[in-house]
Design a protein around this ligand. Structure first.
Ligand SMILES: [Zn+2]
Length: 315
């Protein structure tokens, strides 16, 4: 196991690195240190030992966890919920109403991820445990969850990346936990002084208009912070979200072009990667930077999601 202390983002919110795919600063679990100890996202099952270690480092036991909230049910966000819940006897898992049945019976989720990740599925995601219905709590648009006398979380329906996606507003920090709705933050570039935020358009619910609408809604909230599913927090939410909206338009434009030429997702991915490379090159990031391993993988998956979207629109 990698050794790493949880990162304190505010005096009451910490971030545990789950080393998703064995990579640091990729996917994390947020800990909200209120009376009812609350986690947001679990990452995949191989991240659960890191959550356990991170909570211990923060001075908590798994018995103290009351809520495990997942922004959506993709396996890199919620795949570990079943395994984690088994070790948290006091906890409930909070999920979007559209996601509930897939956590109770993950067979479709597993089949979907196998189709994308193939041979590497087991390494990234196994085992995926079903969650008993009576331990699942659903929250819909406008619903709230009181986790202390001074903190009530509010749930917002935020489709675009997935239909079974909500985001969680924390009024104390004036921040939103956005899962994948407003894109991915590449923490690997921060040390080089570059802030890159790209939309996540993976299969199979990607909807560019809904994504723009969800981002616009959050822009109107005048937030002080955004907590990304991947990875970490920004205190410049407006800049981040405006950047994602620009990239989203460019992704869709390239997607339309590739569809018109009857080409595949691999061509789309490489064309988008060319744009990103140029953008990073102009900011002094070398070709061999570690971030490209993640960007290239993400663009492959995002391109699959875009082709899937355009095929549905055409029919
Ligand atoms: Zn996702």
């Amino acid at each position: 196991m990698h050794k790493k202390q949880p990162l304190s983002l505010t005096d009451r919110i910490a971030l545990i690195d789950g080393f998703d795919m064995g990579v640091a600063n990729r996917t994390g679990t947020y800990v909200i240190k209120e009376e009812q100890l609350t986690l947001i996202e679990t990452g995949p099952s191989p991240s659960v030992p890191y959550i356990k270690q991170g909570l211990a480092d923060l001075g908590y036991s798994l018995d103290e966890v009351k809520y495990i909230i997942v922004t959506h049910i993709h396996l890199d966000h919620a795949g570990g919920a079943g395994v984690l819940l088994k070790q948290c006897p006091q906890a409930k898992v909070v999920v979007h109403p559209r996601g509930k049945r897939h956590l109770a019976d993950p067979s479709k989720l597993i089949a979907g991820a196998r189709a994308i990740y193939g041979d590497r599925f087991a390494e990234f995601f196994d085992p995926i445990e079903p969650i008993p219905e009576d331990r699942l709590l659903t929250k819909d648009e406008g619903d709230t969850l009181e986790i202390s006398p001074t903190c009530t979380l509010k749930f917002l329906n935020t489709p675009g990346h997935a239909r079974h996606h909500f985001s969680i507003y924390d009024s104390v920090s004036n921040g939103v936990f956005t899962g994948d709705t407003v894109g991915v933050r590449y923490d690997q570039l921060i040390k080089d002084g570059v802030e890159l935020f790209l939309p996540s358009t993976s299969p199979n619910h990607f909807d560019p208009e809904a994504m723009h609408d969800s981002i616009d809604r959050m822009l109107r909230m005048k937030l002080d912070r955004v907590y990304f599913g991947h990875y970490g927090m920004t205190e410049k939410p407006e800049e981040a979200m405006m950047q994602v909206k620009k990239w989203l338009d460019l992704f869709v434009e390239e997607g339309e072009q590739v569809m018109a030429e009857n080409l595949g997702y691999d061509v789309l991915s490489s064309r988008i990667q060319t744009h990103i490379k140029k953008y990073l090159e102009e900011r002094g990031i070398p070709d061999k930077h570690e971030v490209y391993m993640l960007i290239n993988l993400d663009m492959d998956v995002s391109s699959l999601g875009m082709i899937d979207y355009f095929q549905k629109v055409k029919h």
